[in-house]
Write a protein that binds this ligand. Structure first.
Ligand code: SF4
Ligand code: SF4
Length: 720
């Protein structure tokens, strides 16, 4: 990992009664250490990447406590780690981004949940749902239901989050089932404070190892015939034990309110949003007191029937605030009340939308509709609803007044080594016609936006080659799959490459070898030049592919647009059958800049010579056709007014953020564009050689300039 969390790590050492201040996801990290975990692991992905990153930087503390840390190759291997808690009294936690990570981990999770655990096992899910999400909009709830794993959804404030982590391990041990803790993006990044406790040394760990391996016990395997027994255990023992624990330890909360002929049942993670909406309507205060009674579900699965009945029995109507689809909780509440013959009306989807994030405005609308439909005694529902709608009434007018704003899709960083590969793909297709492109997860998926607009499908992380398997045999032209090196190690190696070779597939695979899992914050991957312990592990994509039997394999510097275009054409046209792999090699520019800037600053401090390349456009030569922009899409490449009054088209212009990656020159050369690009070198702490060279160049340029002026004057004289 390139980014350092050394400062955040210090907070992990806080002891009893000291105040922890920071982000929600860091509070989880501290709570894990306070809970006495023996092992932690996971696979990076927003919004929980920080959790692993911080633990990686906290190796000293982890070492003192004997906690084992594993940075897993994917979510499946992280989930399988929890197998340690099946036989041993070891608490463990793993983390990943959901829903996608949970999909990858699903097999191991089912096989974990069936035999159950003796040590507390926790999965911390970055529930990437809502407006800031980067994945498919699905809920992790379904996994909790189908596998009988309990789903915690704490109120997004730090004391609640920490308490839920600690209670979660106890719940897991009391019911012998794994628990999942879901944290939405906002909860991960909510800042606050809590009174810390001292970190707990686990009973067994790397320091104090378990003396004997567990004795063979068939009941600990997820294998028939015991799976039939385990299914019964889930519903007959673990579920009642979990419900008893949740009720006894008051994991769910109630907020009393005077408008008590109605109420709100809310997922814990949405509590603050609902309270804020009520506060804006004048029905709550900023400290969390509400006039409408609330049942806050810090555990959203399993529900505790007694709690539902007790909360609803005296009410005419309740609103279930459950984000996302399907309405699992609303259905369960309905069933529970009908079974108990309680006639409380249950509203949820209807006043609130069926799908999409429950933002503050959405909740205002939904609560207003609920109040008008149920008319709680003690308020004038119409007046409150009118007030709520008044709070957001100006927004459509403001939007109309502003008109359509230009979309700002995410894009490759300035100087990204993956951008030139798509420039080459454009040039190749210009000559050979359009190709089917299977895209993948990673920074390279930014090529699905303009100016590249490439990618026919995205089927998951590392799945591009596999998703082209049935395309190739049905298309006249070879399909192209694009995959990052992160995706290659995550899944692509087996799911894509092994399957393709096994099936004697034909097609082209481009592996973007940038050296990191870049999109998630630059974590090391097996083929990185280093890992968290220092030197590289020595795993090479090229050698792996050769060992697997890939014969047609080229490694091309990703910035060499001409060479890449030529290689792509060759891969598409060669008579040779079988998989053709192009490794596009170029270090992630963001990581490179972080590294190089720190190195340069150090050199400057020591008075050493430092150079920086910059590209520019000679605006006297630029014709203003902007093909360079269409072929590159670099945010540092823009336009400015032409200095020539006879040319109205704006000319291309390179702004100061250019990192001198060289793509501009490469594209101009490969696409046979105009020769307007120049490369300049900015030298700091120049040596005497630099100064002499500079003077010579200035003199020669001066002569040439003078010669040109003299020639122009004589041409003008001749014309006269
Ligand atoms: S993080 Fe690295 S690989 Fe990703 S877009 Fe930026 S430069 Fe490219
Ligand atoms: S050289 Fe061109 S493509 Fe590279 S960073 Fe500068 S403007 Fe962007």
């Amino acid at each position: 990992m390139e980014r350092s969390f050394k400062k955040e790590v210090e907070a992990l050492r806080l002891g009893d009664g000291e105040t922890f201040r920071g982000e929600g996801i860091l509070a989880v990290t501290k709570a894990l250490l306070q809970s006495g975990v023996s092992y932690v692991g996971g696979y990076q992905g927003a919004p929980v990447s920080h959790l692993l990153d911080v633990l990686v930087d906290a190796e000293d503390i982890m070492g003192e406590l004997g906690v084992h840390l594993e940075t897993c190759s994917n979510e499946a291997s992280a989930a399988a780690m929890l197998g340690a808690s099946i036989n041993y009294p070891l608490r463990g936690a793993v983390t990943w981004k959901s829903i996608v990570g949970t999909n990858v981990a699903a097999d191991a999770l089912s096989n974990l949940a069936s035999p159950g655990v003796v040590g507390g096992a926790m999965i911390i899910l970055g529930e990437d749902y809502g407006e800031g999400a980067s994945v498919i909009q699905e809920r992790s709830y379904a996994y909790a239901l189908k596998s009988s794993m309990w789903l915690l959804d704490p109120r997004p404030d730090l004391p609640s989050i920490v308490r839920t982590v600690e209670n979660g391990f106890e719940l897991s041990e009391a019911s012998h089932a794994p628990v999942m803790l879901e944290l939405r993006i906002r909860a991960c990044h909510a800042t606050g404070e809590f009174a810390a406790s001292a970190n707990r040394k686990p009973e067994f760990s790397g320091i104090n190892r378990i003396p004997e391996a567990a004795r063979f016990n068939y009941g600990k395997l997820a294998h028939p015939p015991v799976t039939f027994v385990q299914e019964k255990l889930k519903v007959e023992e673990r579920l009642p034990a979990a419900r008893a624990f949740i009720r006894e330890h008051r994991l769910n909360e109630t907020i009393a309110g005077d408008l008590d002929d109605t109420g709100i049942i809310v997922m814990g993670g949405l509590t603050n949003s609902v309270l804020r909406a009520l506060e804006r309507m004048g029905l709550a205060d900023v400290f969390g007191a509400s006039r409408v009674p609330m049942l806050v579900l810090n555990v959203v699965y399993p529900l505790v029937p007694e709690e539902i009945r007790e909360f609803c029995a005296s009410k005419r109507a309740v609103l279930v605030v459950e984000e996302g689809n399907p309405d699992f909780i609303e259905q369960a509440v309905n069933v529970e009340l009908r079974k108990a013959d309680i006639q409380t009306k249950v509203l949820g989807k209807g006043p609130l939308p069926q799908a999409g994030e429950y933002t503050s405005d959405v909740l205002l609308e939904g609560l207003a509709a609920f109040l008008q439909a149920t008319r709680p005694k003690g308020i004038d529902a119409d007046t409150v609803a009118e007030k709520a709608r008044g709070l957001i009434a100006h927004k459509p007018k403001a939007a109309a007044a502003l008109g359509d704003l230009p979309p700002r899709p995410p894009a490759f960083c300035t100087g990204c080594p993956e951008r030139p590969v798509f420039s080459a793909l454009k040039l190749m297709q210009r000559e050979l016609g359009p190709a089917h492109i299977s895209a993948d997860i990673g920074c390279h998926s930014f090529a699905t936006f303009a100016p590249f607009s490439m990618g026919n499908s995205i089927l998951g992380y590392g799945m591009s080659l596999a998703s082209a398997a049935a395309v190739g045999p049905n298309l006249s032209k070879r399909p192209i799959a694009v995959m990052g090196d992160g995706g290659f190690w995550h899944n692509g190696l087996i799911t894509g490459v092994a399957s393709n070779l096994f099936n004697k597939g034909d097609g082209v695979l481009i592996v973007m070898q940038n050296g990191y899992a870049s999109a998630t914050g630059q974590q090391w991957i097996p083929s990185s030049t280093a890992n968290r312990d220092g030197p590289a592990t020595g795993m090479s994509i090229e050698q792996t592919l050769r060992a697997m039997g890939v014969n047609w394999l080229r490694t091309v510097r990703s910035y060499s647009v001409a060479a890449m275009t030529k290689t792509l054409k060759e891969a598409m046209k060669t008579a040779e059958k079988g998989l053709k792999v192009i490794i596009a090699d170029g270090e992630c520019q963001l990581a490179r800049q972080r590294r190089v800037r720190a190195e340069d600053a150090e050199k400057l401090k020591r008075g050493m010579r430092v150079t920086r390349a910059r590209f520019g456009v000679d605006d006297e030569i630029c014709t203003g056709d902007h093909s360079c922009i269409r072929l590159s899409g670099c945010p540092s490449l823009t336009v400015k007014p032409s200095p020539d009054p006879l040319r109205t088209d704006p000319v291309a212009h390179v702004v100061d953020s250019c990192v001198g990656c060289g793509l501009c020159g490469e594209v101009a050369h490969a696409a046979v564009l105009c020769p307007s690009f120049y490369r300049a070198e900015i030298v700091r702490n120049a040596t005497w050689r630099d100064r002499v060279l500079f003077r010579i160049r200035q003199t020669v340029i001066g002569w040439l300039g003078g010669y040109n002026i003299r020639r122009a004057k004589s041409d003008a004289g001749a014309a006269a």
